[in-house]
Design a protein around this ligand. Structure first.
Ligand SMILES: Nc1ncnc2c1ncn2[C@@H]1O[C@H](COP(=O)(O)OP(=O)(O)OP(=O)(O)O)[C@@H](O)[C@H]1O
Length: 244
């Protein structure tokens, strides 16, 4: 499918304030890249941006259009357009059993009980995990819980998958397996991380710093500059200051 204006992710002078304090300011970008990375240090506004992109927060200024939709105002379009994976699967999982968790999103999209149950089984089979269907989620490892969340989101066939540091705390083989599953999925990726290694394969990378885009471009040069700057900051003591 060729890119058109409605395929884009468009942020136009996006701003977000909490209690009068700007968390994101003047973010403008338009891209049709398949995999987009956002790198930034702790507190730079990455998770806030992820929630705005998913339509979970309303911008306090400017606008966001994902595939032509304002997802905060149009929740139906949001359910059809974006999925989000959080750092902690416990914040995402609602049901005790794997198949119930995966079927839930399909029910949200309007599918009947039987159809959603069949959809959940199809996704599990596609991941070669049909034997997980009755498994209690509490008995799964952290990496396995991440995979349940990923399957639940991919079952809904989102056009854009937002990844908010989903690999933090996972070992290298688990990260690589999850990454492989995602690369296989037919969905655009918007991957947020403080770790440049997670974003090296992205088509385009944005560096977020104190709520603003500091640099953007191909991952090689942007991530190299980011790493140099993070190492320089590591030599200083900027943890000493308290905000406010
Ligand atoms: N609910 C809130 N109330 C007050 N301040 C908040 C709230 N949510 C976020 N912030 C502030 O907004 C800024 C950006 O936070 P955000 O979580 O988006 O950053 P981040 O880049 O995802 O950080 P991290 O990498 O540490 O998760 C931080 O200074 C944070 O303290």
């Amino acid at each position: 499918m060729s890119d058109t204006a409605s395929d884009d992710i468009r942020l136009d002078d996006l701003g977000y304030e909490i209690a009068g304090r700007p968390v994101l300011s003047g973010l403008t970008l338009a891209t049709s890249a398949r995999s987009i990375g956002v790198v930034g240090r702790n507190g730079s506004g990455k998770s806030t941006l992820a929630r705005l992109m998913a339509g979970l927060l309303q911008p306090t200024s400017g606008s966001i259009r994902i595939h032509g939709h304002d997802l905060f105002r149009d929740r139906r379009a949001a359910l059809a357009t974006v999925g989000i994976l959080f750092q902690n699967p416990e914040h995402q999982i609602i049901f005790p059993r794997v198949d119930e968790e995966i079927a839930f999103g399909l029910r949200q999209q309007g599918q009947g009980k039987t159809e959603a149950a069949e959809g959940a089984r199809a996704v599990l089979a596609g991941f070669d995990k049909l034997h997980w269907q009755d498994a209690p989620i509490a008995a799964l490892s952290q990496g396995q819980k991440h995979l349940v969340c990923m399957m639940a989101v991919l079952a809904m066939r989102p056009r854009l998958m937002i990844l908010d540091e989903p690999y933090a705390g996972l070992d290298i083989p688990t990260r690589r397996q999850l990454q492989r599953y995602l690369n296989r999925a037919e969905t655009r990726l918007f991957h947020i991380s403080h770790d440049p290694a997670d974003l090296a394969d992205c088509d385009r990378v944005f560096w977020l710093d104190q709520g603003r885009i500091l640099a953007q471009g191909a991952p090689g040069p942007v991530l190299a500059d980011f790493t140099t700057e993070m190492n320089r900051l590591g030599e200083l003591d900027d943890l000493a200051d308290l905000a406010g």
